[in-house]
Design a protein around this ligand. Structure first.
Ligand SMILES: [Zn+2]
Length: 333
């Protein structure tokens, strides 16, 4: 292990177990942000998946570590704390987008360890075959759907003046995956219509990428999982005019009111983007709380419509001591 990582792990652990750390975290809450739990860890280790995916072994390792060091509570227990105080810092898990693997791979482990979680749905995707461009383009370019599909997509990208970086043909898997990650990041600036046309050029997968409403209701009925909105179409809210912003907010809110028994009064901004106008509209749609992606811990005094979270990658899930380092950084005044 690199010296830097070792130092981070050690100082994080010391912080979490020191009187200073315990004092700073008393009454505070940590909200974790996850996206996907894949069926195997090796797949999640690759750089182009590492940020958004964790593997089942790493996820279980994380859950065990969290239970040892924190009170794992439902999100609302951090946002509207009840009377029970154990003196241990609180932590809540959130998952963005509404991936099908949340039901298939994450839930059995959450249930086994009795750790509650909140899932934020991009509601247009739920129960539909609509696909997240990042996943479809990324995996097609990674050759997960065969060489023919990859060649076809490369041709489409070239026609748009988006040639693939040469490193995507590198023999080294790590370097190739890293090059893919950087390439996908550059595509983020393309108009949503363009991205969706490119996604249509990728082959269909055997299973839909997102949860369906039947799964949502079954997870909710377990008593361990609650749901909130993460946009309807996953459009970046700051880029929408007032009318489209209101449509997006109402559509996602109504879908949750129809699809769940007890949706959360918490909005989750797609890609974490928000500004004053977006926050005002979110409040007008009856959401007193909203989650962003800025790293930090919650002390009950930050803007309830810009709540901080700490992202979990496969690397962090494998080495949860790195998380205590990030909490330490987030807790510093
Ligand atoms: Zn998202």
């Amino acid at each position: 292990m690199a010296i830097k990582q070792l130092l981070k792990r050690t100082s994080g652990w010391l912080y979490l177990n020191s009187p200073v750390g315990r004092h700073q975290l008393h009454g505070a809450g940590v909200i974790l942000m996850l996206h996907r739990v894949l069926a195997n860890d090796r797949a999640a280790d690759l750089p182009h998946r590492n940020e958004l995916c964790v593997g089942p072994k790493a996820f279980e390792h994380l859950l065990t570590w969290l239970k040892k060091n924190f009170d794992c509570v439902p999100l609302m227990e951090i946002l509207q704390p009840g009377a029970i105080r154990t003196g241990r810092p609180k932590i809540a898990l959130t998952f963005d987008d509404g991936w099908r693997d949340n039901a298939l791979n994450a839930f059995p482990l959450l249930k086994k360890h009795q750790v509650p979680a909140s899932i934020f749905l991009s509601t247009d995707y739920i129960g539909s075959r609509q696909r997240f461009w990042w996943e479809s383009l990324g995996e097609t370019l990674w050759r997960s759907h065969g060489e023919k599909a990859r060649a076809h997509l490369i041709e489409c990208l070239q026609r748009l003046g988006l040639p693939l970086p040469v490193l995507l043909d590198d023999l080294d898997v790590q370097r190739r995956s890293l090059a893919l990650l950087h390439f996908l990041q550059t595509l983020k600036t393309l108009p949503p219509g363009e991205l969706s046309r490119l996604t249509d050029q990728c082959p269909d997968e055997s299973l839909p990428q997102a949860l369906d409403w039947h799964q949502v209701r079954a997870l909710e009925a377990s008593g361990l999982i609650r749901f909130g909105p993460h946009g309807a179409s996953h459009s970046i809210l700051t880029g929408l005019d007032d009318q489209r912003l209101d449509e997006e907010l109402s559509r996602s809110r109504n879908a949750l009111l129809n699809g769940c028994n007890r949706p959360l009064p918490v909005y989750c901004y797609p890609n974490g983007n928000h500004d004053e106008r977006v926050r005002e509209h979110v409040a007008d749609h009856d959401f007193p709380f909203a989650l962003g992606t800025v790293a930090g811990i919650y002390r009950g005094i930050s803007d309830p419509l810009a709540l901080p979270r700490i992202g979990i990658s496969q690397r962090t899930a494998r080495n949860p001591e790195l998380l205590s380092w990030r909490i330490y950084r987030g807790a510093r005044p």
